[in-house]
Design a protein around this ligand. Structure first.
Ligand code: BES
Ligand code: MN
Ligand code: ZN
Length: 483
């Protein structure tokens, strides 16, 4: 890795690692950099074959840009991008740890490199004739003496974050015919079986009915696929904490739009409408290793949004578990209707803090593009803590307002609230305001992940498809609370 200095034209900074390598290559590296005018700009790379001067057959130098602007996530991304570009071509690579980073401990450097490698190497190859991945070995090279225990810890930690993210990706990328509510419920059960601190409750249609979840079941009734209301609970062995966190994920296993059917193009992407649910399962799959010191619940109302003669139709009114009635004016605004019940459930179980993740609105893509999640909260401290966690994990978020005056737009003539606003504008905000009606003033945070949950083009840390967005932010947030 190489940085660029602060000067007007930005010159290459030769790190001690660069100089060592250059020496071993008899000055050829410097020469190649000069010939190719490589200055270490962000994203810029230069490479050369080594003609057997060193063990590695090829050297690649990657620019990390201006040193003053560097954040660790730049390194995570550079590694991810590199690993994804060679994963089908090379069997092994050596990554030389940058040791000239200011205010960064080597363990953190190792962590982001491992995360970057694991995420960059990811592929969903299940339905391909053969998995073309060949990369098997990544060696980290350093000249610094580093305590092997703390190094192992850093590696395991990063691998855990990647593992949770990859599970979420697999679930999002899986076809809707397989990743059904029952499939998600079985997975939740398996996760609970694997860990004594985790328990799992699955409520079927009849049980959800008894609990008064008419909103969730209203969306579910169009489909023969049985809906499942999934609850995971992590309880630490000894807990003195009064805190009880609920993570709620939108679990629409396929969103056709319902009677307000979506236009055909890109409908196939709507298998991703359970990305919030995938996040919950990804987090719970590794949560016992993170060992929260307080109870954590994961809640998913899982159903597809399909079309049949028993579909909910525009004008129907349903009553959510908390007693509020919802007029369904558009069956394609189904997520908020199902989440009315999952949020109500979280409140009824005494959650002291609720964080929800939902691929909720196309409007969020219009507002923030497809890489940034919209973020809302009624609690400053919570928001700041989660935002910091997101920044450290390199997951892009931006706060949007819970503008009270916009509540007008969600009014219904016949029910307590309507599921679509009477204006096209501000659709992400009005959706968040809708959800707010079901959290009863609990400290709460809502993420609209319609954009970043699914990559429409390859990214540094993710190929096309499910990204597992949010898993790492949540794990980091939980660890921060632990401290
Ligand atoms: N799942 C969609 C939102 C979505 C759109 C996610 C694009 C990812 C990419 C959601 O259920 C939906 O259809 N929302 C409607 C709401 C509208 C009818 C008020 C939308 O955004 O168009
Ligand atoms: Mn929809
Ligand atoms: Zn949806």
């Amino acid at each position: 890795f190489a940085f660029q200095d602060n000067g007007k034209k930005g010159k290459l900074i030769k790190s001690p690692q660069f100089i060592d390598l250059d020496k071993a290559l008899k000055g050829q590296l410097t020469k190649v950099c000069e010939v190719e005018k490589f200055t270490g700009t962000r994203g810029e790379t230069v490479s050369m074959y080594t003609s057997d001067k060193i063990v590695a057959s090829k050297v690649v130098v990657m620019g990390l840009g201006n040193k003053d602007e560097f954040v660790l996530n730049d390194l995570r991304k550079a590694v991810g991008k590199y690993v994804s570009s060679v994963k089908k071509r090379l069997d092994s690579v050596v990554i030389v740890l940058p040791e000239d980073l200011d205010d960064v401990v080597l363990e953190d450097t190792v962590s982001v490199i491992i995360e970057g490698s694991e995420l960059g190497a990811y592929e969903f190859a299940k339905y391909k004739e053969k998995d073309e991945r060949s990369l098997e070995l990544i060696i980290l090279a350093t000249s610094t003496q580093i305590d092997s225990k703390s190094l192992k810890k850093a590696i395991d930690h990063a691998a855990l974050y990647a593992q949770g993210t990859i599970l979420a990706r697999d679930l999002v990328n899986e076809q809707a015919a397989i990743a059904t509510p029952t499939f998600l419920a079985n997975l939740a059960r398996d996760i609970a079986k694997g860990s004594p601190e985790i328990s799992c409750k699955i409520f079927d249609k009849a049980q959800a009915e008894k609990m008064g979840m008419e909103a969730f079941l209203g969306i579910a009734r169009a489909s023969d696929t049985p809906p499942k209301f999934i609850v995971l609970e992590y309880n630490p062995v000894k807990s003195k904490s009064k805190k009880k966190l609920a993570i709620v994920g939108k679990g629409i296993t396929f969103d056709s739009g319902g009677i307000n059917v979506k236009p055909g193009d890109h409908m196939q992407d709507m298998k991703m409408d359970m990305s919030g649910a995938a996040l919950v399962l990804g987090v719970f799959s590794v949560i016992s290793k993170i060992k929260p010191t307080f109870p954590v619940m994961g809640i998913i109302a899982a159903t597809p949004n399909l079309i049949s003669s028993s579909s909910i139709v525009p004008g129907d009114v349903v009553r959510a578990m908390n007693g509020k009635t919802i007029e369904v004016l558009n069956t394609d605004a189904e997520g908020r209707v199902t989440m009315a019940d999952s949020l109500s459930y979280a409140v009824s179980k005494g959650a002291t803090e609720i964080i929800d993740f939902a691929t909720l609105t196309g409007a969020c893509l219009v507002a923030l593009g497809d890489e940034i999640a919209g973020m809302f909260s009624n609690n400053r401290d919570l928001l700041e803590a989660v935002k910091t966690a997101a920044f450290e994990e390199g997951e892009k978020v931006w706060e949007l307002p819970l503008e009270k005056d916009y509540k007008e737009m969600n009014k219904s003539d016949v029910a307590d609230i309507a599921n679509i606003p009477n204006s096209r504008y501000g659709g992400t905000i009005t959706a968040a305001l809708f959800l707010q009606e079901f959290i009863a003033n609990t400290p709460w945070m809502h993420f609209d992940i319609a954009g970043p949950a699914f990559a429409n083009k390859p990214q540094a840390l993710s190929p096309k498809g499910g990204t597992g967005f949010g898993v790492r932010t949540m794990l980091k947030y939980i660890e921060g609370v632990n401290k």
